[in-house]
Design a protein around this ligand. Sequence first.
Ligand code: SF4
Length: 231
Amino acid sequence: MAQHRFSSPLIGDRPAPVKFKPKLVCHSWAELETQTNNCRACGLHEDRIQVVAGRYSHKQAELLIIGEGPGQVEDKEGLAFVGDSGKLLDIMLDSVGLESWYITNVVRCRPPENRTLDSPFNAGSPRNGLSRNPTKTECQSCWGFLQSEIALVKPKAILCLGKVAARTILNTPTKFEKLLRIQHQYFEYPVWATYHPAYLLRQPQLSEHSPKWQVWQTLCQIKLYLEGCRL
Ligand code: SF4
């Protein structure tokens, strides 16, 4: 698959959004399924059990949630966020009443080994044995599919889980912690970034300003936005 240059989003201040006009590699859900299932554009195809599809409450959802890459359970099941991280995410979405969502990843095949350090900005860690973060090249290889998915879902808002997803969508080297808690813009889509639920699984505390508390705050902000509240 041809690589696509990352589009230039608008971060922080919000001038009038530019309309999202992706160079689509897939024009329908059927095309997306066929092309991804046959894709060998990056080295991740070598170790995958299968390509991992997006999971959703609604196919054309109000909120598009983007993680970094599938883990072991997802690789086995073929669906995004069906492991422990996904279960936690489902509970958190339910708890704020976010009912219309579509969850996918920046890459659709599992990055096999675990090379990441235990950091709030990465999902993988030597302790959880899930998967390493995808490389920039792998993210770029899968970018056309993610763009197609954005166009097909037509969300009203986007939530990036973890550093890789945030930096891929926002196309910025900005430190992850500086991207948290504020609304960004990717073309006409408002974007938020927050911690990956795999990180939250290792952070049980619920106190004010804890990672879980911060994710909760972000989900509430998105809920308010989707209900028409503009802060
Ligand atoms: S991660 Fe994406 S680009 Fe790489 S092989 Fe899988 S579907 Fe293709």
